[in-house]
Design a protein around this ligand. Structure first.
Ligand code: CDT
Length: 312
């Protein structure tokens, strides 16, 4: 029997610095209402969905920085999303800046959660590939200070049994790295979910916007095909305080084909019925890792004179 889940890519338009979380969550709830009418099982929101893409701003005051983070999840601002999940029998994915205490120390992560249809957090991922820089860079048209504000995620790339399938998450820049998909692919992932905030232009080169849009799809479509998995990539898009973010949120089949895509730079839903069994063909044929993958013949030296070399 087919395992079909209806998935909504819930793209968000711009969130300006001055927009409150209450206002953003109201917009998100509106998308959830539409998704409910369309019988979505799962709604995917972008990276750092609740605020502007604050790493573009240079800040030195830790109290000011911490205002962009959530110390609890859910909290009073985000509770309506969890209530909607319960009322609508709809799971969702949310990207946000996470402030937490672990072993008596404060930590800052760029995180994402999967919330089930009962409104319970079922899974969490913390972004591993943090792009950009950690000090003010006068040579950039705008800053990208993820390395300043976030620590590298410490939860790896696990997969979870969710909605009758095997799910994994990554966040934005992670989607450009083949390792991201392969680590989850080796665990049998059937749907990779991710959010992104990607500037339309590169602050260090004059790379054309259409090339950047191409790289966005190229990475996700290759990851899907080479691991025979669905990929759902969702943008925060449009002009945030004069800074353009690309859209193009997409639902990609295990064949690598694009099956749904957002066309605007605003709040928008792209919906597709995703059959998780569509992953089986690729996993049992060309990308049957057990039968065909031959890592021992790739020429990667892991041992020398009986000593295991550290990976680099
Ligand atoms: N949010 C995020 O990871 N954005 C990056 C932009 C990199 S440019 C320094 C991305 O890979 O889309």
């Amino acid at each position: 029997m087919a395992r079909v889940i209806t998935v909504g890519a819930a793209q968000l338009g711009p969130v300006e610095k001055s927009e409150s979380r209450t206002s953003v969550v109201t917009r998100m709830v509106r998308l959830m209402e539409t998704a409910k009418r369309k019988r979505c099982d799962l709604l995917v929101f972008p990276e750092l969905a609740l605020t502007t893409f604050f790493p573009r701003w240079y800040m030195t005051d830790q109290a000011e920085i911490d205002q962009w983070f959530e110390a609890e999840m859910p909290n009073c601002d985000t509770e309506p999303l969890f209530d909607m999940a319960r009322q609508s029998n709809m799971a969702f994915h949310l990207g946000y800046a996470e402030l937490c205490t672990e072993s008596d120390q404060t930590h800052h992560y760029n995180s994402a959660i999967l919330v089930n249809k009962h409104g319970e957090i079922a899974a969490k991922y913390r972004k591993i590939h943090l792009p950009g820089h950690d000090e003010f860079d006068p040579n950039r048209e705008f800053q990208h200070l993820e390395k300043r504000y976030f620590e590298v995620g410490n939860l790896g790339f696990p997969v979870w049994r969710f909605l009758g399938g095997i799910f994994g998450m990554c966040i934005c820049n992670d989607r450009r790295w083949p390792e991201t998909y392969r680590v989850m692919g080796l665990q049998g992932v059937e749907m990779v979910i991710l959010g992104y905030n990607t500037p339309t232009t590169n602050s260090q080169s004059n790379e054309a916007p259409h090339v950047r849009a191409f790289h966005n799809l190229l990475s996700m479509q290759a990851g899907a095909y080479q691991n025979s998995t669905w990929v759902v990539g969702v943008a925060k898009a449009g002009n945030e305080d004069g800074h353009e973010l690309m859209g193009g949120s997409a639902i990609i089949a295990p064949s690598g084909e694009l099956v749904a895509q957002c066309l605007t730079l605003d709040d928008e839903l792209a919906i597709a019925d995703c059959d998780l069994d569509a992953t089986i063909f690729g996993k049992q044929t060309i990308f049957d890792f057990g039968r065909h993958r031959r890592i021992e013949h790739y020429g990667i030296i892991t041992q020398q004179n009986g000593v295991t070399l550290p990976p680099n």
